[in-house]
Design a protein around this ligand. Structure first.
Ligand code: APR
Length: 236
């Protein structure tokens, strides 16, 4: 029999305990950096250097960060034989560095560069980060491989297919404020159990979802340990 399929949908909260800021907290990333100045196509047209500087700085934070207990617990479940698919809104690589092998980055990956005219043309990051004048094979400026506000989310249909096949959906550390990502929860089968782990889980969980009000670093290892002991995915 195939191993039960755990689908984990993560947001910036899972990386908070690794030292990477979430977006919408009062001291969050978007508080210091207005979205419209650094994460929209019009910001890129207006001031590409500012956008590159912002992502070059963030990339350094990501490189210094280390996977935390939540990232590691998900990777350990996979090691233990569970089928684990991670769909993350995060542009960091902490799931991969923890050892997760099936990670879909809905909003792209900060450690890649891409063409600014064709989002399928991806490139390894130039040494020292992306600079004005670094070009793709079609002669357009390279940009960070991240999905900005107002852009389409090319991997969304694939993510919907994965969620629709879940035996269990675990949502960790996302305010569910950004579309279409948040609407992924609508694609889970009716009978599939769903849990949200977030210090604010009560407030943000849709009806029918079990809310666990705690941090990722506490809540995810607790669930993962329980599942490993039981050998199956069950509601706590
Ligand atoms: N453990 C778990 N969750 C946490 C923790 C923690 N230690 N600390 C904070 N959180 C939760 C917050 O309670 C909140 O619900 O993480 C969530 C972070 O929400 P947002 O800041 O809105 O981030 P996210 O949901 O990932 O944003 C989605 O929006 O700005 C865009 O593209 C960006 O991918 C991002 C998307």
């Amino acid at each position: 029999m195939a191993a039960p399929h755990l689908v984990v949908f993560t947001g910036s909260g899972i990386s908070a305990e690794s030292g990477i800021k979430t977006f919408r907290a009062s001291d969050g990333l978007w508080d210091n950096h207005p979205v419209e100045d650094v994460a929209t196509p019009s910001a890129w047209r207006r001031d590409p250097q500012r956008v590159l500087d912002f992502y070059n700085q963030r990339r350094e934070q990501v490189r210094k960060a280390r996977p935390n207990a939540a990232h590691k617990a998900l990777a350990a479940l996979e090691q233990a034989g569970f089928q684990v698919s991670v769909i993350t809104q995060n542009i960091d690589d902490l799931h991969e560095r923890a050892g997760s092998r099936h990670v879909l980055h809905l909003h792209g990956e900060i450690l890649n560069a891409r063409s600014s005219v064709d989002n399928r043309m991806r490139y390894p990051l130039p040494k020292g980060g992306i600079r004005i004048g670094d070009l793709c094979d079609m002669g357009s400026q390279l940009r960070p491989d991240v999905v900005w506000f107002g852009e389409s989310v090319p991997l969304f249909p694939e993510a919907c297919d994965i969620v629709s096949e879940a035996d269990f959906l675990l949502v960790v550390g996302t305010s569910l404020a950004v579309m279409p990502a948040a609407s992924l929860l609508n694609h889970v089968a009716m009978e599939t159990p769903c849990v949200v782990v977030d210090p604010d889980a009560d407030a943000l969980s849709p009806p029918g979802v079990l809310a666990i009000n705690t941090t990722a670093g506490k809540g995810v290892p607790a669930l993962a340990n329980q599942w490993q002991r039981q050998g199956s995915l069950m509601l706590p």
